[in-house]
Design a protein around this ligand. Structure first.
Ligand SMILES: [Zn+2]
Length: 288
């Protein structure tokens, strides 16, 4: 993969100025049909936030390198669809635009990773299919089929782009551990209390095979739990707020948006989620 220098500068004021110029660009007319068709959550984003979202997208698209893998031809549709969802997580805050991220690799569909698993002195090696990966340094990998599948399943609560970019935010404090970089001591204390309570309750529900609103994929690892609750927060905000009000509130403070307020009363969010879990593996590219 190509090194990419544009996200970094020895002179922060130059970066700031360049980003301000990028943000000031008008929204290209061709974005509207792409975003409306491919990103259901975008259709719910209020008008006043859309301008900010588009501005962030200009910076993201200029600074991140996109590369198609396994014969996938990179297109504006793919870049714009992914950039929109990555930038949705950056609204209403000072942002450095995922400073550790250099490249977004996109496969046509699920891709295969070599996995080594130690088991009593023997290491088993096998291939595992994945719809996304988020590396602690430099790379996010996505399956385009899974990115657009979300567009057709709508409110299933599944969103692989939000999932992988939540891992990126989580890793910005040096560890993908389910706790992103937080501001004050009070915020960190509250996060620890609410997030841990929700995580352990979720673990118990998953262990007893009770159905959970949040994707069961999040069980067993707080980092995965943070990624799947991020999906629920944006994709099924009303249900998340109803079932896990305290968790919804800390996420709303962290993400600085209130997606439940974007929903109309007949949003259809109650539609039964359609799950396609069996072949999905998402990874933070660290041993699980
Ligand atoms: Zn994950």
């Amino acid at each position: 993969m190509r090194p990419h220098a544009r996200s970094y500068s020895l002179f922060p004021f130059l970066t700031k100025r360049r980003r301000a110029r990028l943000r000031a660009q008008p929204t290209p007319a061709e974005w509207a049909p792409i975003l409306t068709n491919n990103v259901p959550v975008y259709r719910r984003v209020p008008e006043e936030l859309r301008a900010q979202l588009h501005a962030h997208m200009h910076v993201f698209l200029a600074e991140k390198h996109f590369e198609g893998c396994d014969g996938l031809e990179m297109t504006e549709e793919i870049r714009v669809t992914i950039a929109c969802q990555a930038c949705l997580l950056l609204l209403n805050r000072e942002t450095r635009y995922y400073p550790g991220l250099v490249t977004v690799l996109v496969y046509p569909s699920v891709f295969y990773a070599d996995v080594e698993e130690p088991d009593g002195g023997i290491v088993s090696e096998y291939k595992e299919d994945r719809s996304g990966e988020s590396w602690e340094w430099g790379v996010v990998i996505l399956s385009w089929e899974d990115v657009v599948e979300y567009a057709s399943t709508g409110r299933a609560g599944y969103n692989v782009v939000l999932h992988e970019f939540a891992h990126q935010l989580d890793g910005q404090d040096g560890a993908m551990d389910g706790t992103p970089k937080l501001g004050s001591r009070g915020e960190r204390d509250e996060w620890a209390r609410v997030f841990n309570d929700a995580y352990y309750a979720f673990e118990r529900a998953a262990a007893s095979n009770r159905p959970t609103l949040v994707d069961a994929y999040g069980a067993g690892d707080p980092a995965e739990f943070f990624a799947v609750v991020t999906e629920s927060f944006f994709e099924r905000p009303l249900a998340l707020r109803r079932e896990h009000a305290a968790l919804y509130d800390v996420l709303a403070r962290y993400y600085r948006v209130d997606p439940a307020s974007w929903e109309s009363s007949n949003s259809g969010e109650t539609a039964a989620p359609r799950r396609r879990r069996a072949r999905r593996r998402r990874s933070t590219a660290r041993p699980r």
